[in-house]
Ligand binder design. Sequence first.
Ligand code: HEM
Length: 510
Amino acid sequence: MHDMDSLDYHYKMPDTHGHVARLRGGFGGLQQDALYVTDPLALHSILIKDQYNFPESHEFRGLFGIIHHGNPLPCVNGQEHKRQRRILNPIFTAAHVSKLCPLFYDIANQLQNRINKEIGNADKPVRIDMLDHLTRTALELVSQGGIGHSFKQMDADNNTDYNDFIQALRTVLPWASYLFPVLPYLHSLRSIEPTWVRRGLAYMVNYFPWGAARQFKWCVDNMHPVFRDLYHEKKAAFDEHGIEYLKKTSSGGNDLASVLMQVNADADEADALSDELVIATYSAIIHGGQETTSGALARLLTLMARNKDLQNRLREEIKRAYAENGNGDALDYKILDSLPLLDLVTREFLRLYPPVTFVWRRTLQDCVVPLQFPIRDKITGEEKNELLIHKDTSVYIGLAATNMSKAIWGDDAHEFKPERWLNRKSAEGTGYVKTPGIFSNVMTFLGGGRACPGMKFAMLEMKLVLSVILPTFEFLEAEEIVWRLGITVVPTVKGEEDKGLSVPVMVRRM
Ligand code: HEM
């Protein structure tokens, strides 16, 4: 279930074990049984109708609470979660995100320069690790667009100012994925009082005979001080010079943190976010935004490299849009967002290759959820349209598995077919199964009150980066990439799994 090579098991879960499956607890019965749910009606209850009975699991709350040094969105439930979402939601709207377009084009053009530099004068395709370039790009997009700060990842390879921080940010989740056996205890560890006992325990991790735990701690220790210092620097300047200072940053004051700072300054004291919480929110936004999108962008390129015809058609569509509507070397947000083939490809890509495989919840009370796909009672043989879920049950919500259920998407559910979206609308009402996903019936960004607020941000990044690099470069297959289960999915070259994360692609200038 949590094994790095178990992605296929997740993907086939609804087809092989049905849309609700019982998972036997591991470690000789020490762990409780859990449920794996991909049934659309049950998901609707879990994520929307009865969402407060299915809060974020304490496993993930504990893990992300440690990573972010506090309790930002991913770590809180109930009223506190609602309060933070109310403050943050306005800065993630399409209207707001569209203002970041010029900044994003600027960063994507720097990516183009970096690739050009690597190709140099070569007249045949050059093997380039696109994961490295795209991780830098995703970090700059989310750090400049998110907190109005550049880590200078695009312009100099030997800029060492943030080396440890960048290394920590990139590797904290891959290391965390080795910690599954201890996740149930992290939330309780965070609550230990007095603080010096907790700090003492954390310090002892440096001497654990468990490399993954030591590496994870190193990452956490190297992330927090950077976010703390950046925040205090910005806050001091804002307090002294007001909004004018924020407008001078690379985002022109449109980054999420600048807006948050203004909103916070105007909010009632009871509603405002504390300094500690804003710092933890910086961490959650930068980390959540960087980790998911860099992998997604790299995977999208490998897909392009495998499908030359589709790559050519997309390139033609983008070039045509520049010729007809291009303002210099940029496209307007609305035009970019509505390019038909680019839209079909990103939708289908996000359906079939979601960066987050599952999310994890735990029930507060016994409850009954309805089922779209009935199950058969093992003892009586009776068919049931409802499922009783006991209090304190771990519930895995299979995002990737729901996206790939043949009962929901048809027999070709595991195939990449952008054209399926053309017929999707007309199929409504004729066997069309509705899921609670906020994005096109797809579960990739979840649904309900905890759905990903960064969806518009991520979509803009993906479409915009493709619109800049596809007209300039052709991407061709290099080695086979194996995608493995981490907290997000992670790529390695087949046969070189121990050499770390990388996505080599052959690239040539058009
Ligand atoms: C392809 C890119 C992305 C994917 C697939 C993705 C997916 C998700 C998913 C599945 C969740 C729910 C996690 C859970 O409930 O356990 C989530 C939450 C979140 N995401 Fe994203 N995300 C992406 C990009 C972004 C970006 C770019 C940002 C910020 C700019 C972001 C910020 C967040 C935050 C703050 C949360 C916590 C929301 C809450 O708990 O209410 N994400 N994301």
